[in-house]
Design a protein around this ligand. Structure first.
Ligand SMILES: Cc1cc2nc3c(=O)[nH]c(=O)nc-3n(C[C@H](O)[C@H](O)[C@H](O)COP(=O)(O)OP(=O)(O)OC[C@H]3O[C@@H](n4cnc5c(N)ncnc54)[C@H](O)[C@@H]3O)c2cc1C
Length: 496
């Protein structure tokens, strides 16, 4: 694939996009940009991939996204499917599983290093350049691009810079973007360790301790190792320092009355319950995504999912900007759409934190919540929020912002097609799609960026729909608006 922009400026190599941070958000974004031929360089500070298992899996919307790009099989091959995505909310489990509106109604258990590796492989396969052991330490932007400074003093140039560099994002800090919210109140040490006690004794102690300390846990993972987590009274002064096994043993002893004879850690790590949301996602030619834009405690397991979904929303819009057909405000819809979604996730994690408090007030609310969970609609409502399958963007048009049950602004779940195919298979290339059941509509003028497929599907009431590259519906043949304004709004001016 050729770079979409000229690749030299005054003799200096000009990348289309530099992504700072090669975590899941950065790699997903790199792959999405490469689908459209953008020249992408990913800078990753760590010389080697991190062995730390933070995220334990993927929720339905992320699974759908991987399916939409034709790469789900490789994730399924290495993961474990846990049926029933409605799962739990702050540990409160619905009495019966409630089906969500998705063909992927399961959580995919997958340790984060595997997710990170598979996303990296995909980005590299598509042609993204990844430089490991190379950190961004500064940058300056002008009208034409961004000059990035690396830790070894080298300077690079790109038309756009995206900070996918995690919760302590250097890019966000240099941009001076406010990151308001609540500071860390509790810090946890998490690790994979070996123990001297027999497994059944470990399980019995863990069950007893969790009755009074919900932030504590220990359980077997693989190869004789245990994953253990234990809280501290307050965040340590030096939160960046990797914990020692002695420190971890002291924490375990404090909560469980035994250190389990913990030894030989595979890895140890710290995390906190800091909850923050960036005030903006873009300043000029620099954007932020993933943890760089939002942090929250891991309750509900949403951070990585949110980052992948940020990247999926941003990729095609930034690519459209580079290729040159992006309507004037397309790139700004990234923050308009994704910041409220992150805000909602922060609401969910704050609510779950409260429900986990042992204080009498929150415990009373927890009892009430447990009763409400008996109603399928409540379980579905919360399950859909965590699965991110119910998201509706304000995509303009005649029924914008009216929650009338319309598909407008929502993503379509996978649909079987009359020709034996299925909807998601039509979205692999990351292009727009007009799914036309009557053959009456045309995308002439936009055919370089929007596919038209004439087929029928019994599950779709509308006779035709226009989907963005991320699968969200931006137009319906319901007689309220002709197709052309929607094509212009999302895919720019037609070619002659
Ligand atoms: C205990 C725990 C459990 C979790 N469980 C889940 C879960 O079950 N499900 C879920 O969805 N999420 C979970 N999360 C959250 C998830 O781990 C993060 O949200 C996710 O890793 C964010 O991805 P990211 O790519 O935005 O940032 P990161 O994964 O933090 O990646 C950022 C990358 O940028 C690099 N970097 C930083 N600074 C620079 C620089 N200056 N230059 C170059 N590179 C730089 C870093 O080395 C890093 O590789 C959990 C988190 C924790 C702590």
């Amino acid at each position: 694939m050729a770079a979409v922009a000229s690749d030299h400026e005054n003799g200096v190599l000009m990348h289309d996009v530099i992504i700072s941070g090669g975590g899941p958000t950065g790699m997903m974004l790199a792959a999405e940009l490469r689908l459209h031929g953008a020249d992408v360089l990913v800078l990753e500070r760590d010389a080697e991939p991190s062995p730390v298992v933070r995220s334990l899996g993927l929720h339905p919307r992320s699974i759908e996204i991987l399916d939409q790009r034709g790469i789900l099989d490789r994730f399924l091959a290495e993961g474990t499917r846990y049926p029933g995505a409605t799962g739990h909310f702050a540990g409160i489990v619905p009495p019966r599983p409630v089906a969500l509106d998705t063909t992927h109604d399961y959580v995919l258990g997958l340790p984060q290093p595997v997710t990170d590796r598979l996303l990296t492989e995909r980005a590299v396969e598509l042609g993204a350049e990844v430089r490991r052991g190379s950190a961004l330490v500064g940058f300056e932007q002008d009208d034409d691009g961004v000059t990035v400074e690396l830790d070894d003093g080298e300077r690079l140039r790109a038309r756009w810079l995206v900070g996918c560099d995690g919760g302590r994002s250097t890019v966000r800090k240099i941009l001076g973007i406010g990151f308001p919210g609540e500071p860390a109140q509790t810090e946890w040490i998490l690790g994979e360790i070996q123990v001297a006690l027999p497994a059944d004794e470990v399980a019995a102690i863990a069950e007893e301790v969790r009755k009074t300390h919900r932030g504590f846990g220990i359980g077997p993972v693989s190869d004789g190792f245990f994953r253990a987590v234990a809280p501290a009274d307050a965040p340590a002064d030096e939160r960046l320092a990797t914990p020692t096994i002695e420190e971890f043993r002291a924490r375990l002893e404090r909560f469980a009355g035994t250190d389990f004879g913990a030894h030989s850690p595979r890895w140890l790590s710290r995390f906190t319950d800091a909850t923050r949301l960036a005030e903006h996602y873009r300043v000029g030619r620099v954007l932020i995504a993933g943890d760089a834009a939002h942090v929250h405690p891991p309750l509900g397991g949403q951070g990585l999912n949110l980052g992948i979904q940020d990247a999926f929303n941003l990729g095609w819009k930034l690519a459209a900007e580079l290729v040159g057909w992006a309507p004037a405000d397309l790139l700004d819809t990234y923050a308009m759409e994704r910041r409220p979604v992150a805000d909602d996730v922060l609401t969910l994690t704050r609510a779950q934190s409260v429900l986990l408090s042992p204080d009498p007030g929150p415990q009373a609310v927890r009892r009430l919540f447990s009763e409400l969970m008996r109603f399928d609609d409540v379980a579905r409502f919360l399950g859909e929020r965590i699965a991110s399958t119910g998201i509706r963007y304000d995509v303009g048009g005649p029924v914008a912002a009216v929650d009338d049950g319309s598909l407008l602004g929502r993503r379509l779940h996978d649909l079987p097609l009359a020709d034996g195919g299925r909807l998601f298979a039509l979205l692999h290339e990351g292009r727009g799609l007009l799914l036309d059941q009557t053959g009456e509509h045309t995308v002439t003028g936009w055919a370089d960026r929007v596919d038209r497929v004439v087929t029928t599907t019994p599950e779709l009431a509308a006779t035709a729909v226009l989907l963005r590259p991320d699968g969200h519906v931006v137009w319906l043949a319901d007689g309220r608006e002709p197709l052309e304004p929607a094509l212009r709004r999302w895919f720019g001016e037609p070619t002659r």
